[in-house]
Structure formats: structure tokens, C-alpha cells
Write a protein that binds this ligand. Sequence first.
Ligand code: PEP
Ligand code: MN
Length: 338
Amino acid sequence: MILVLKHGTPKSKVEELCDWLTSSFGVQTSPIFGSDTTIIGLVGDTSAISKETLELEDAVERVMKVQEPYKRANRKFHPDDTLIRIGDVEIGGARICIAAGPCSVESEEQIKQVAASVHKGGSMMLRGGAFKPRSSPYSFQGLKAEGLMFMKRARELTGMPVVSEITNPAQVELFIEFVDVIQVGTRNMQNFELLKELGRVRKPILLKRGFANTIDELLMSAEYIMSGGNSDVILCERGIRTFETSTRNTLDISAVPVLKKLTHLPVFVDPSHASGAAWLVEPLAKAAIAAGADGLIIEVHNDPKRALSDGQQSLTPEQFDRLFVKLKAVAEAVGRIL
Ligand code: PEP
Ligand code: MN
């Protein structure tokens, strides 16, 4: 961090500022006195120093950050890609991971049927929501704990690890018991109490980007989980809100290479929620793999027309089978395995 001081700041004031910064924040200070301007360089852990508050100091003209505020998620401090193991599945390596399944778990039979189909079609993990954060209180809210139990049974049937969305810190124990990967949805990306609780959990977290959040904010949310002690975080780009109305959201495809540059954490893409239309899932999934995504989370339903949520963007198991074959070719073309 660099502080640019106001013209004519007396030396005594510069020393007073340096002493205060060292004693309050434990950082080293190096003042440089120029003929016109004095600057102070700060080194050490500046994460607790607020740029905006420091700019309120009478002697301070401007404060510049020279490092990103996220440390644990930052590739600068951890150049190698993070690999996350979930049973036989490895995420973040050469092999691309697909998590397919319905938006919502609707019954034990339904989830078992979809699980068996997507497993046959090549999926490595099973997705399915049990606590559904719906825009309308009148829409299907999910089977809750019973839905998680059905997910667990589907895992027993196929061996695929399961991923499901948590919506409240009070559900943590339930998720530890029933799921392999805990999903944080777009609406909860900045539910900091939930993120802190997940920092104490020993299970991978699939953290979806908020639909109105920047990449830096996504990384700071990952930092919340990681600073609590859980470093197994998978990031997921799932589309953001823009002025464009022809798709449900706008898939920010550049978020994939940007995230791969900034962080060592694996990056997934959700082409289903990004597009809101089954016919768009294939091109967006292909684009995601070509752009360097480590995995995809895709909605597949046994009967999309009768789905209790997101049927319009769900693939049938047959469509998923065909998509998987096409994605294999794209993966190979960019030096990955599927
Ligand atoms: C989901 O994956 O079921 C979901 C609700 O996604 P998002 O949080 O991205 O809307
Ligand atoms: Mn959905």
C-alpha cells in the first residue's frame, strides 16, 4: 500500500503517521521525502487497513493498493492449481468434471432415475437442490432434509458424489451428513455468516458468483471460507445481470480466464442458469471448456416439461448423452480430458 501525502506536510506529521500505522497495524513504513511530494510505502499485512478511512486523514492525498485484498485465494502466493479430491473424482486437474442432475430433487424415484441416466451418460457428480431459494414464495421450495436423504440414496446407487445448495448456517450439520460438495447459490454469495460457518467445514464448497457481483467480490467471498480454514473452494460462473434480455443471465465467459489468472482455485461454469434455455446449454458449455473451465454444472431432468423448477433450461437424459460426446471433442481440442 502506498500513501501519497498532501503538498507541504511537515516531517513531524509524516513521522506521527508512520508511528501510528506501525503501532496500530504492525506494518513497516518507509517514508520517501521528495522535493514536492512525500509518499509512505507500507509493507506487511495491510488487509486490516481501510483505504477509504486512511484517505480521511488530513495529511493524506491518496492511497493506492498494490496488492489484491485476497491472499489465500491469490495465485501469486500459491502458483500451482488447487486440486480437490472427492472420492474418485479429482477437480482442477487435466480431467474436466461434470455435475449433472435436476434443478430440484422431486422424489426418491425421480432423483434415482436421473442419477442413473446421467451416470451412464458420463457425469462424474450428481447435482440436485433440496432447499430451493425461489424468487416467488409460491413456487416449489424443495423437499428440504428429505431431499438430501434421497440424494444420499442416489449416491449409494451410482457411487457419484452429490452436490446440493445450502441456504442457511443452521443447515450445516445436515449437509455434512448427506452431501459431498456444499453449493452456495448466487443469492447467498455474500451471506457472510454462512460463508464463515462453511470455513469450519471439512467439505468442498461450490461457490457461485452473485448475479450482480464482480470477480473481486467473488474472490473475497472465497477468502471468507478459506480464512476460516477450508481451502477447498470451487468457483462457479453462472451468468450475471446485464441489460440484455434475450437470455436469463449473461454468461461472463471472460470470467473463466480472468479467474484462472487471478486464483489457483478450480473454476466451474453453469450454462443452464446462465442461459435459461435448454437449446443454449450446448454452445455455452462448449465455450466454457474452450475458455479453460475445470468443470460444468448442468441441469438434466427426466421429464423437463413436468419439472417443478427450471424445466425450460433442463436437458433430457438423451440430450445430455449427446452433449457429453460433443464436449469430449472440445476438451481434447484444448488439451483436456473428459
Ligand atoms: C441452482 O444451481 O440450483 C441454482 C439455484 O443456481 P443459482 O444459485 O446460480 O441461481
Ligand atoms: Mn435451477
